[in-house]
Design a binder for this molecule. Sequence first.
Ligand code: MSP
Length: 534
Amino acid sequence: MTLVNKTKNTFVLTTPLYYVNDVPHIGSAYTTIAADVIARFQRLLGNQVLLITGTDEHGQKIQRTAENLGKAPQEFCDEIVPSFLNLWQVLNIQYDRFSRTTTANHQAIVKEFFQQVWENGDIYQGQQKGWYCVSCEEFKEERELLDDKRCPIHTTKPVEWRDEQNYFFRLSKYQTKLEEFYQSRPDFIQPASRRNEVLNFVSQGLQDFSISRVNLDWGFPVPVDSKHTLYVWFDALLGYVTALLEPDDPEPTLANALKTWWPINLHLIGKDILRFHAVYWPAMLMSANLPLPERVFGHGFLTKDGQKMGKTLGNTLDPIALVKSYGSDAVRYYFLKEIEFGKDGDFNEIRFINVLNADLANDLGNLLNRTLNMVQKYCAGKVPAIAPEVIPVENPLKAIGLRLGEQVKQAYETPAFSEACLAVLSLVQASNKFIDEQAPWSLYKQGKQEEVEAVLYTVLESVRLAAYLLSPIIPNISSDIYQQLGWGINFNNQPESSIAAPFTNHAKWGLLSDKQQLGTPQPIFKRIEPLKND
Ligand code: MSP
């Protein structure tokens, strides 16, 4: 499946808009790293990309947190937002829009959207009774709850009983339309396990959901009744739309927001907020008569001892500290390679260090270093003047290299990041093995210069291809490798109009030529000292 809007060559993707009840943790970083990798990959393909992230600032959870700290909610949000901006910078995230749900533009978009749904007759007043989890900002079914009426996700938090007048959205009206939509667009919800979850949930019968709260001020007033505050999720999902406004749009209207980038190609989210994105959101859009997004991908949780890491349970990792100790490429690489995207994965620091040492320091780093050193010794420091066609297709590295670009492209598009990493690693590992078997040092001693050159060319080209294909994940390391191979390309700085390293040329095996002036060999990833208790 191609993901791009074919007529426009645009690709829009979103992370969730994060709650600002606390500074970000590694769980919030996870989705954003994944989104950044997809965005970078799409840019290499030559598409115009818009990566949207931001913060979700209304609702009871934020209001309570601010109150407990004796702060006004807006003041509190304003204090937390910079910690997200800072984390994205530290993690080398190239986002295009940062959407905050407390802006005046957003209020205008929400108001206009509400009006359309209202005019369509899909909003009415009723009595809401049920158990509410403030941490999820969601009503829970009684059967979902753990003992002592605790939320299954925020296991230390009891849910709260609510019995109040609310405005409701007529979700039940969209039951059949949604079912038809899921049938006609089997790729809409991914991976397949999540699609099944949603189909199962919908088949049990959809109930209207309440979209307003009383006894809560922190949010937008319901446009038709200012005694009610709009439910945080109704407002938050529309943050994706507000983000599409251009800075120079004359007015914050739906027409302006939707004109260039809509519909969104991919919503990347965690599995806990699947229902909102795969059921409520498309129904809301249907009600407002708008085209639906292309895809929703629900990934798994980062866990600690099997429990979701999070602010509420306080069992999380500080991403800033992790980046300080190991660098942003290391953190990006570990989480994407080690956890199958879509499944849960436990973090373990010993494993973290082992993986980085094995893959980045030993396999990739040593390969580049030893090959460049041999090129200095045996080829006067110059890329051997070999035409790639001369290397036979049976050559084990060329054989992998010729199909790797397409394979990795598919993995990024799925997205299956660990598959992308493993495919690239197979070339890197085969290259190390090839050097050991061919032993260029002994070929050199025997005076077989042509063979030495063919081996070293083949390996250098394979390192280049590996670096290129991993560049969305480890842009700093890939830039260093490219620079040592004589390209002045920085993967963090790809101009939008003409990409410095387009996929069509650089993902092909055989690009390296003797025109490249090799740089000085330098380690690209320093081996990490194992922890004391290792
Ligand atoms: N504000 C809503 C989203 C609104 S989108 C219009 C929200 N915010 S959140 O901050 O609680 O969560 C944001 C995302 O972070 C979710 O996709 C959630 O799954 C993800 N993660 C939070 N903790 C996580 C882990 N421990 N592991 C992986 N992702 C997790 O929900």
